[in-house]
Write a protein that binds this ligand. Structure first.
Ligand SMILES: Nc1ncnc2c1ncn2[C@@H]1O[C@H](COP(=O)(O)OP(=O)(O)OP(=O)(O)O)[C@@H](O)[C@H]1O
Ligand SMILES: [Zn+2]
Length: 584
């Protein structure tokens, strides 16, 4: 007899199925917004064997919705605190809490995944989801996947050979803005935020990689404001205000005047107005800098004036030029969670907006745009986590797990969409649809051959490994063979000499148009064939596709227009900048 605390579950499932649920070994990946709800649901429904993994520590901003955490837990491991909290809900629970990255921690091998009966994702990024998907396919374990974006959410199950996997359908691609829009004709705040991020790179990061480095009219020549910007980096802390003032004058005044004189805006609907020096330089020099102590309460929600923006930029420059930060100059990368870089981007985007008559953003709004942040809605997380547990109950009841006979998930599982407004004939907020089968074009679950077009005379093997195999196709430690000859293998030092060679010059006849490569990654137990197709670099649209690689089919080949298979996910870090994601 189960304990009375489980009466509700036994009433729904029956003794035998409840016993299976109680002893079912469940892995939860992620203990954030969805994860807290999910863990609470699992223990209340009666699951007693839980493992939870999260790489992060608790931030004060998590406390409004990640209700297993309290103020005193800030800075502590999410997995560990969540594990302790759910044990207080139900002391029968055996919970293993692991503070670690599910992708890189060596503990989480395929065999480790084999030790669970079901895996449930509560993640917020494509890379981790993709990785868990592959591990569950390799370990032949069911995965209950979920994501939310504001009021929208979805939940679905994945099982090897039975359903489509996470990677069967292309993900929406990053929105790429044309360089000319960013450099010359911004019309939305997001264009100004992208520009400000590029300016941050030009001033403090890898300047030559910034979109603003070259003069757009004279290829290879530095832009008109390059020297004023370079001077900021080389000045002293004391000289920072003056140097920033000069750089802002070059960017917001001289450059705009020069473009106007060139007739760039002759046919434009709105003509930019340069920001004159009194508003900028004097502001940078005389405005008191904001410090944590003198900021008004609504400082991050207010739209700063131009002089305030100049002062913030100067203050950030002073911070980054200071002795303890100096060694990072030239390598700074924008990070929305880094206070200084976010302040810089908010202020610079604001000035840019003013020049182009676009409504400027507050720091809070700029952070949302820059970090692609859609506010998390606690209710959506709760609904989605509830649906995940219902899917788990279905797996148990319908004998998809913990049973000698195995029902295919494709027959019983559901793909459920959470809508913001009632839709469809029955005006439902939750729309469950049948799961789709594995897609023949999927290289992950169907081992489909992946055609890849690139310039075989220009692309080195190193680039092929880094850009095509690791970045685009998600391999971690790929080994590459052409027929019987090994080309790449991290454990074979002799092969390292191949890496700087271009594909066509590789041994055994090179990798040329039509070559079939076998790529194997033991870490994720995945082997695929890659068919190389030669496409000269000059035939690529460099602006739309700066890496000059086309992945022609399968999960990595994203269409320009989003489809209903697009996975929406909480604050998905892989899609930036935001604002434009199509979905329904
Ligand atoms: N590779 C990974 N390994 C382990 N945990 C991960 C990995 N990637 C993401 N996570 C965890 O997944 C959780 C996702 O939860 P959520 O979307 O609520 O994110 P958050 O970081 O808590 O919130 P926000 O991004 O809104 O500040 C986070 O706690 C995050 O640390
Ligand atoms: Zn697939």
């Amino acid at each position: 007899m189960a304990q009375p605390r489980y009466d509700h579950s036994v009433a729904g499932l029956g003794e035998a199925n409840f016993e299976k649920l109680r002893t079912c070994k469940v892995l939860v990946v992620g203990a954030g917004g969805i994860g807290c709800e999910l863990l609470k649901n699992l223990v209340l429904v009666g699951c007693e064997k839980l493992t939870v993994v999260d790489l992060d520590t608790i931030d004060v901003s998590n406390l409004n919705r990640q209700f297993l955490f309290r103020k005193k837990h800030v800075g502590k491991s999410k997995a560990e605190v969540a594990g302790e909290a759910i044990k207080r809900f139900n002391p029968n629970v055996e919970v293993e809490a692991i503070h670690g990255n599910i992708i890189t921690n060596p503990l989480f091998k395929v065999d480790w995944f084999r030790g669970f009966d079901a895996v449930i994702n509560a993640l917020d990024n494509v890379d981790a989801r993709r990785h868990v998907n592959r591990m569950c396919l390799a370990a032949d374990k069911p995965l209950i996947e979920a994501g939310t974006t504001g009021f929208l959410g979805q939940v679905f199950c994945i099982r090897k050979g039975e359903t489509a996997c996470y990677e069967c359908f292309p993900k929406p691609q990053r929105v790429v803005y044309p360089i000319c829009t960013i450099r010359s004709t911004p019309s939305q705040p997001v264009h100004c935020v992208v520009w400000a991020k590029e300016l941050f790179k030009l001033l403090f990061g890898d300047a030559s990689a910034s979109m603003l480095f070259d003069d757009p009219a004279a290829e290879g020549e530095p832009s008109s404001f390059a020297s004023a910007c370079a001077a900021v980096r080389t000045t002293s802390v004391d000289g920072a205000s003056k140097a920033v003032g000069a750089a802002l004058a070059a960017l917001c005044d001289a450059e705009v005047k020069a473009q106007l004189a060139l007739g760039t805006y002759k046919t434009a609907k709105k003509v930019p107005t340069p920001l004159s020096s009194p508003e900028l330089t004097d502001g940078a020099a005389s405005q008191p800098p904001s410090t944590i102590t003198n900021r008004p309460a609504d400082w991050d929600r207010a739209v700063w004036t131009a002089p305030q923006c100049s002062a913030e930029i100067a203050e950030v420059a002073r911070e980054l030029l200071s002795n303890d930060m100096k060694e990072r100059l030239g390598s700074w990368e924008f990070d929305k969670d880094d206070e200084a870089s976010m302040r810089f981007v908010a202020a610079a985007a604001n000035l840019r907006c003013r020049v182009f008559h676009i409504d400027p953003l507050s720091l809070y709004e700029a952070k949302g745009v820059a970090g692609n942040i859609v506010p998390a809605i606690a209710t959506t997380n709760a609904v989605v986590a509830g649906l995940q547990v219902l899917e788990l109950l279905r797996l148990v009841e319908q004998k998809c797990i913990l049973s000698e006979e195995r029902t295919s998930l494709a027959e019983v599982g559901r793909y459920t969409y959470c809508q913001r407004f009632p839709t469809g004939r029955k005006c439902e907020l939750l729309q469950p649809v049948a799961l789709e089968g594995p897609q023949p074009t999927c290289y992950v679950c169907r081992n489909a051959t992946i055609p890849v077009a690139l310039d075989t005379n220009e692309t080195t093997l190193q680039t092929f490994v880094d850009v095509v195999l690791k970045k685009k196709l998600g391999f971690i430690d790929p080994a590459v063979d052409k027929g019987n000859s090994g080309l790449v293998d991290s454990e074979d030092e002799g092969l390292a000499r191949n890496l700087p060679l271009t594909l066509a010059k590789l041994p055994a006849g090179g990798v040329v148009n039509g070559t079939l490569l076998c790529v194997n990654d033991f870490q994720i137990d995945l082997e695929v064939n890659v068919e190389v197709r030669h496409k000269a670099n000059k035939d690529f649209d460099e602006k739309a596709n700066p890496e000059r690689v086309d992945i022609l089919t399968g999960a990595a080949a994203a269409p320009a227009v989003a489809t209903h298979h697009d996975f929406i996910s909480q604050n998905d870090e892989n899609s930036e900048p935001a604002a434009k994601k199509a979905r329904h």
